[in-house]
Every structure is written in C-alpha cells, then in structure tokens.
Design a binder for this molecule. Structure first.
Ligand code: GDD
Ligand code: MN
Length: 373
C-alpha cells in the first residue's frame, strides 16, 4: 500500500482548480459588485411602444394563463402589441390564442403561424418581421410574471441609452421542485445580478428577455444554428458595447418539469455550451469587465467540469493500480460530502454539463421535445 502517489498529487491540483475557481469567482464578483449601485440614470415612467413575443409549440395547457398574465400587466395597452408565433402545434394552441384574442379586443394580438416546426429561433425571427415596438420582449409560454409591474420594471431600464438588453431572475415552481434546483438557482441568481453590475451577464432567460429592436436588427435576428437564442443575443449585445443586465427585482416563475428533469437540464446546458462556443469563435474584443465575466463563465461551462472528471479518473487509477491510501480517503470524502445539499447540487451540475458537451456532438436539440410540466 502506498500512502501518497504522483497521481494523487495531480488529482488534488485539478480538484483545487475545479472547486477553487468557481468559489473564488463567486466571492469575488459578489463582494465586489453585488451591492454596488447601478450608476444608470433611469426614468421610471419610460413607456415606449413594446412588442411582446410569445413563441409556442404545443402550449395548449398553458397559453391562456400566459396571455392572462400579460393582460394583467400594468402597462398602457395602447403601447403594447403581443405576437404569438406558433410552429405547427398539434394540440390546438393557435385556436385557443384566437379565442382568447376575441375575448380581449382591447389588446393588440397578432397570431403568426408557421406550418413547419424549425425551432424557437426561427419562430422568433419570423415574429420580428411583424414587430413594430422599439423594445422587444420575449417570453416563454410556460413562464409567469408574478408582479403586475414586471413589464414596466423591465422596460424602464431602456430609458438609459447604455442598456441594450434586460432579463430576469428565475423562481422555480411546480409540484416537484427539487432541492437541487432550488439551491442551484440561489447561487445562479446572485451571479447574474453581480455580473450585470460589473457590466453584463452572458446568461439570459427565455422567461423574460428584453432587447432593443434596432440591436436585434443589427444582429440579423436570433441565431438559428444554436439553441440559446436569449443568452447568445445578450452576449452579442454586450460585445457591441451595450449592457445586458439582470436587475435584482425582476422575477419570473418557471414551471419545472415533473418528469425528465435531468434531460431538460441537459438540453438547456447543451444550448448554453453552444452559445459560449459560438461567441468564442467570433474572436471579439470585449470590455475589460465583460472579458473577465465571459472568460470565467465560459471556462466554468466548457472546461471546468472535465477537471473534476480527470481528477476522479486519476484517483481511481491511483487506488486500483497503486493501492493508494490517499486515493481511498479522497474518494470516500467525495462520496460522504454528497450528503451536503450544496455540494450535491454542484456535482449534479457538473455531470449535466459533461453529458451536455458529449450530447452536443450527437444533436444540437434545436427543436426539442416537450417535457411534461
Ligand atoms: N414557435 C415555436 N417554435 N416555439 C417553440 C418551439 C418552436 O419550435 N420550441 C419551443 N418553443 C417555445 C415553447 O412553447 C415555449 O414557449 C418556449 O419556446 C420555451 O420552450 P421550453 O420547451 O419551455 O424550453 P425551456 O424553457 O426548457 O428552454 C429554456 O432554455 C432555452 C435555451 O436552452 C428557455 O429559456 C428557452 O427560451 C431557451 O431558448
Ligand atoms: Mn420553459
């Protein structure tokens, strides 16, 4: 039996990078930026013409509630239009939208129907052709805004010309929200706000993603070859020198699926990985603050999970081939720590990211299958 091998040393170094980078980053960005003032001059009464786009694919169960939720928003009805863009739903979604529109003649709703499903980004780009608002709000059918002031609170930021895009924080809801999902969101939300205060966050949410329409036009619409239309577009806007932010008081509720939770998260991780990869290929030159945020987030999503994987692989080698005592102790410690929720959440996320990178080689999941919510 060996007490300590070279493999153990390398594994420990990799594990230190794996766990150290996100911990240091989290504390750095939180302490340095989270409580900083925004330094943005906003006019809370700013109410420009806005276009709300709701993409739908088989949302019959949720679409009416979604439209009601938008209808209840405290925003002048004569300054907003809704575009529901449906891609060949087979559950009668467009019919329900038409019926809803007839019952609510005081709101301007435009239903656009694609006869073939080519994915969310295609649908959004089609909707953009009809959009007339200065500001475009994209919102998923399976999400709700709990606050009647959500739209106003999101749009007011655009009264400052430095703001190019705004998104929300997410509250998971559903019959079966797991502890893992909740504790993942806690860290995640802190990061989004702190990164926004630094300059911009590269991660946006489809539950509420708001953009200046002229910037979307400059970009030629949403990207059709990757899944994370929201995050990628926000990042491009940040690279154009505008801020892409998530304010601390803007919330959306998202229904967490009751079944296939892990596949759902894997698919979303796949999309985010695609977004980071596509941005890296651009070889753009971001501002200093955004360079750090983007660089570390890209590292954490693309490479860091593999450090853990290799560390674990080396420890197993050290245990099996060299009978290392340290390796046994470290592996046991790693397993024991799984009883702590935060650690379990972290490890789960790493597994999801690894499976997502591998799966990206097989399919980009641009027209993904619907999960039960
Ligand atoms: N028109 C249209 N066409 N809408 C679609 C299509 C499509 O092919 N596919 C999905 N949608 C709609 C859904 O009906 C829903 O309103 C919204 O797009 C989001 O779809 P979900 O199935 O709820 O996806 P998600 O919430 O798990 O995905 C999240 O992450 C994606 C990136 O990974 C959302 O935030 C998405 O907006 C985001 O693009
Ligand atoms: Mn969703």
């Amino acid at each position: 039996m060996n007490t300590f091998t070279l493999l153990d040393t390398i594994a420990l170094a990799l594990a230190a990078i794996h766990f150290g980078t996100p911990l240091i980053y989290y504390h750095y960005i939180k302490n340095r930026y989270l409580n900083k003032p925004w330094d943005i001059k906003i006019n809370s009464d700013y109410k420009p013409m806005i276009t709300i786009i709701v993409p739908t694919y088989n949302e019959a169960k949720l679409i009416e509630k979604k439209l009601d939720n938008i209808y209840e928003q405290n925003y002048p009805r004569n300054r907003l239009e809704i575009i529901v863009v449906d891609s060949a739903s087979t559950d009668g979604t467009p019919k329900l939208v038409k019926k809803w529109a007839e019952k609510h003649p005081d709101i301007n709703l435009n239903l656009v129907v694609e006869d073939e499903r080519r994915g969310k980004a295609y649908a959004l780009n089609l909707a953009l052709k009809y959009a007339t608002g200065k500001i475009v709000v994209v919102t998923d059918a399976d999400s709700l805004w709990p606050d009647r002031e959500t739209l106003r609170k999101a749009v007011k930021w655009f009264s400052d010309s430095s703001i190019g895009a705004v998104s929300c924080l997410k509250k998971p809801v559903g019959s079966e929200v797991r502890g893992v999902e909740k504790s993942y969101r806690r860290y995640y939300n802190v990061l989004r706000v702190a990164e926004s205060k630094a300059f911009a966050t590269p991660i946006f949410h489809g539950e509420l993603a708001v953009f200046r329409r002229n910037l979307l036009e400059k970009l030629g619409g949403f990207p059709k070859d990757i899944g994370a239309d929201d995050s990628y577009t926000a990042t491009r806007i940040a690279l154009m020198g505008y801020r892409a932010i998530v304010p601390e008081d803007l919330w959306a509720e998202e229904l967490v699926p009751s079944k296939s939770y892990f596949w759902w998260r894997i698919r979303r991780a796949q999309h985010l990985i695609q977004s980071f990869m596509k941005v890296i290929m651009l070889k753009a030159k971001p501002s200093k603050e955004f360079k750090i945020v983007f660089g570390i987030e890209a590292f954490l999503h693309l490479l860091n999970p593999w450090f853990l994987f290799i560390a674990l692989f080396l420890l197993n080698m050290s245990l099996l081939v060299m009978n290392s005592l340290t390796a046994i102790l470290l592996i046991s410690l790693g397993l024991m720590l799984l009883s702590i929720e935060q650690y379990r959440t972290w490890i789960t996320t790493q597994l999801i990211l690894m499976v997502a990178s591998v799966r990206n080689m097989l399919s980009k999941e641009l027209a993904w299958s619907k999960v039960q919510k």
